[in-house]
Design a protein around this ligand. Structure first.
Ligand code: DHB
Length: 309
């Protein structure tokens, strides 16, 4: 039994897509809906549609992926229309990822989502590393504090934020102190890609993606230990909030690790990009088999029970 109850609703499993992967177009979202994914999240929306950065802008490697997509998306209205037609999705929650280019844009989208009165939940992206000239909000604690105050004023319901990875205990503590001031901030998703990595191709002696002279966000195997550290630390530091694990999940084993570290639900990014929506049924079956072998019947039997030495 992989079901999860959180945010006041029941979800048939614990796995869904990481924002950005398989969720920019309606046909992709329909394929996720038809898959074994337990929820859906849409591509990070800006107020206006965007083409994104020049190609090539995504490159798979043996250990994961690098991307600098640059927020190509259909614009907020497209995803809001999808959410209207989606309704309650027959029990698969729908999350809308919002990544406005300004705080005003994020607040405008939140107000419009609130007016629509839909069951869809916002995951506000504080961590896109790929828009040239735009720093990641989540690395600016003052700007994050100001943004959360504005989200509280713009949106009356529960919401979540997508965080960048942190690498220092002082940063975990500083961010947690800010997040804990906001009672309707119900979940944090850890982590976004590790920003501004550089993949080098020896044969061509060149970078592999075009934007930012090759710098891009890393996903996949590269990021799993960093993701687990962020999940475990924020679970400890944010009592009463849920942490969604994202980073390096490609089989039931990594999903198990995230839940053991405390994750309520688990997102799949790079692996979904490589394998397609069939990945959800495979990973869910692997997780169920691992749980059976260990004698666990529900996720609650081991969530957050990671042992220390
Ligand atoms: C993009 C990348 C991200 O990591 C993100 O959070 C939002 C957008 C992008 O390049 O499109």
């Amino acid at each position: 039994d992989l079901s999860v109850t959180w945010l006041g609703r029941a979800m048939p499993g614990c796995l869904y897509n990481a924002s950005g992967v398989w969720c920019r177009e309606e046909d992709e979202l329909a394929a996720l809906r038809a898959s074994a994914a337990a929820a859906l999240i849409t591509k990070s929306a800006t107020l206006a549609p965007r083409d994104g950065n020049p190609e090539p802008r995504y490159h798979p490697t043996p250990l994961g992926s690098i991307n600098s997509m640059g927020l190509p998306n259909r614009g907020f209205d497209y995803y809001l229309d999808f959410a209207r037609r989606y309704g309650d999705g027959g029990g698969k929650p729908l999350f809308l990822s919002l990544s406005g280019l300004t705080l005003d844009d994020n607040c405008a989208m939140l107000r419009r989502l609130a007016e629509a009165g839909l069951p869809a939940l916002p995951e506000i992206n504080l961590s896109c590393p790929n828009v040239p000239g735009k720093p990641q909000l989540g690395y600016d604690f003052g700007a994050t504090a100001e943004a959360l105050d504005a989200f509280d004023a713009a949106y009356p319901g529960l919401y979540g934020v997508k965080l960048p990875p942190y690498f220092d205990p002082a940063h975990f503590a500083a961010m947690a102190e800010i997040l804990n001031r906001h009672r309707r901030l119900a979940f944090v998703t850890c982590i976004n890609s590790i920003g501004n990595g550089l993949v080098v191709d020896v044969d061509s002696e060149a970078v592999v993606i075009k934007p930012k002279d090759g710098l891009g966000g890393l996903g996949g195997d590269y990021v799993l230990p960093t993701a687990l550290a962020n999940v475990r630390e924020f679970c400890r530091l944010l009592p009463g909030k849920d942490v969604v694990g994202c980073g390096g999940v490609k089989s039931g084993r990594e999903a198990f690790m995230h839940i053991l570290a405390g994750a309520r639900a688990v997102q799949v990014g790079t692996c979904l990009h490589q394998e397609g929506p069939g990945a959800f049924a495979r990973i869910a079956a692997e997780l169920a088999a691992l749980m059976r072998a260990k004698g666990y019947r529900r996720l609650d039997d081991f969530r957050g029970r990671l042992r220390t030495l």
